[in-house]
Each structure stands twice: as C-alpha cells, then as structure tokens.
Design a protein around this ligand. Sequence first.
Ligand SMILES: [Zn+2]
Length: 78
Amino acid sequence: MRRMELKVGDSFKCPKGHEATIVWIHKDEKVVAVRCPQKHLGKVRKVADHTKPTLRYRHQPRTEEQTYLKNLVFLIEI
Ligand SMILES: [Zn+2]
C-alpha cells in the first residue's frame, strides 16, 4: 500500500471495505484504529454463509449469524 499521511478524522477502509473514520493513530503510524458505522457480523467466521445452500438452515444457530454490531472499532496495521 502506498504510504499516506494519515490523521484522526480521515476516512479509511475498514477490514470489510466500508468507509470508516480514523479515531486513533499509533505514534509510529504503524497501527490505526478506525470506527466503522456499518453493520458487522459479531461472528466473523459466519460471513460466508450466503454461499452455502440453505438445506440445513434449521440446524444453524441463527442467533449467532444475526449478531450484528455497529460502530465497531478495528485496529489495522498499515
Ligand atoms: Zn465496516
């Protein structure tokens, strides 16, 4: 990634590609914290469920899949 001059309040992509806002920058500028206003699955490993057939839908723990979180803060190494 091309090195950019970053500052708090700038836009930055969250790990899911949404437009998020930088809320904190490490003093070495190797790590930033971004807050994303979009919804995210609380269980990250469930993200790919849409690619599966729904035959066994009843057996899946829906409560886990529907755990969405907003305004998550991610730490991203840059
Ligand atoms: Zn996001």
